[in-house]
Design a protein around this ligand. Structure first.
Ligand code: ADP
Ligand code: ZN
Length: 435
């Protein structure tokens, strides 16, 4: 069986990887300094010259880039290649503000698709597979990235894009899709819709799913695996570094291998910028060492996770990152307590509820309020209707145990919370609207 897409890179000794990263970093810093005045200015301000960067050990000397820099430099300020060499743009989903536009040369697209091919092979994908891609196509990187990776592996690719769930299901069943690629929330929705139509998990031919683009919990993974009768794997990426495929999960299903031949990861303390050792939780920072058109050095992702070099049973030596528990901007501070939506999701699924929920934060009389709407499944709806108040109380108390603050829980009727075909909208923070 073909276990790796690029065995040499994916199983490279650490010292060899370090040497490769160093060589590419030095070249990349030079390329950026010569072509991106915006970054050269940042370096000048920090008093760093390109020749100060002699290898990966000097990475920490470089200034960070943030999303604000990208917004300031919009649209062409970070471009490092002439437009005549660029062949495409992609753009962020705009989850946290103004969209960011990223540029690609043909070489950049090849590398990106290669990363996605590694992800597909890591879940057992081969040219025998039928790969259904229902991430959005167009500006969003999900569709084009996995589509390209699937082509490279030689899978029969179904470029479905997101939405029209009836058609997704028809093609999935008629063409015998074996790999499903979409957001985890949409995967759960497809699973739910299959069940409603009377299909059992064993009725589909799916084996594996590659789900990412938004945070999801281990509980959500089990829910999707049971609904669809598959193994569910995580994939991570962001438009600023290319798109999905920056990191991908292997058969161990415990964290994602980072394609460190292309992206050097660091974990920093988000408050001080200090680099933290492997194993400590902090903000993930990436340096793109192979991208030509939009090569970001030390880009702060705002995603919070942990890196680990623990030996992986799949044989890959690429460093692993844990599932990001959410972005630092997803973190809500409610009555002084830090709350991530993923903590609430964990409790809901452990208590047997659906992954369809919405969190509403507001402020009344100078006090923060936390309301959580949780959708009941049709079976739960008929069972609990007489006793709703006591179920709400029980769930609220389980959430209080997890968070340390007490929410108001509202159990709502099936199908009343809007489903997302792309990234799910989990939080409505009305405090921001008043500000
Ligand atoms: P936007 O920032 O507008 O959402 P992108 O579509 O480029 O733009 O999304 C990238 C972000 O999506 C990442 O920074 C991260 O927060 C989130 N993300 C992507 N994949 C995952 C994943 N597997 N788990 C958790 N979060 C993810
Ligand atoms: Zn592995």
């Amino acid at each position: 069986m073909n276990r790796y897409w690029n065995e040499k890179i994916e199983t490279m000794e650490l010292s060899e990887m370090r040497a490769l990263q160093s060589e590419r970093l030095v070249k990349q810093v030079k390329h950026v300094c010569e072509n991106v005045p915006y970054y050269k200015d940042l370096m000048d301000k920090k008093g760093v010259k390109p020749e100060d960067i002699k290898g990966i050990e000097d990475l920490h000397k470089l200034p960070f880039i943030t999303k604000d820099d990208l917004r300031e430099a919009y649209p062409y300020g970070m471009l490092a290649k002439p437009l005549s060499e660029c062949v495409r743009i992609q753009s962020t989903s705009g989850t946290t503000g103004k969209r960011v536009v990223a540029f690609y040369t043909q070489h950049d697209i090849d590398l990106w698709e290669d990363c996605c091919a590694r992800a597909i092979v890591a879940v057992g994908g081969t040219n025998e597979d039928v790969c259904q891609v229902c991430y959005g196509y167009g500006l969003f990187t999900g569709g084009p990235g996995l589509n390209g990776g699937s082509h490279k592996v030689g899978c029969l690719t179904l470029p479905m894009s997101s939405g029209n769930t009836d058609r997704q299901i028809q093609f999935m069943m008629d063409l015998g899709a074996t790999i499903l690629c979409c957001t985890p929330s949409y995967a759960a929705y497809i699973g739910e819709s299959l069940k409603e139509k009377g299909y059992r998990p064993e009725d589909n031919k799916l084996r594996a799913g590659i789900f990412g683009a938004e945070p999801w919990t281990e509980e959500m993974r089990r829910e999707i695996e049971n609904l669809l009768g598959i193994k569910a794997y995580d994939i991570y990426g962001l438009t600023e570094t290319s798109g999905p495929g920056v990191a991908f999960e292997c058969c161990e299903q415990s964290g994602m291998h980072i394609n460190e031949d292309n992206f050097i990861p660091e974990i920093i303390n988000p408050e001080t910028g200090e680099v933290l050792p492997d194993g400590e939780k902090g903000e993930l920072v990436f340096t793109s060492i192979t991208k030509e058109a939009f090569p970001l050095l030390r880009y702060r992702t705002k995603d919070i996770c942990v890196l680990s070099r623990k030996k992986c049973s799949c044989g890959r030596t690429l460093i692993k990152m844990t599932k990001p528990m959410g972005r630092s901007d997803d973190m809500m501070i409610i009555r002084g307590v830090n709350v991530f939506p993923s903590q609430i999701e964990t409790v809901l699924l452990n208590e047997g509820y659906t992954p369809n929920y919405q969190i509403i934060v507001d402020r009344q009389n100078h006090t923060d309020t936390l309301d959580i709407n949780v959708e009941l499944s049709p079976e739960q709806f008929s069972d609990t209707i007489r006793d709703i108040a006591s179920h709400e109380k029980k769930l609220a108390s389980a959430i209080t145990t997890m968070l340390g603050i007490t929410p108001k829980v509202h159990l709502v009727a099936p199908k009343t919370i809007t489903r997302s075909e792309g990234k799910a909208v989990r939080v409505i923070d009305k405090r921001k609207l008043h500000d």
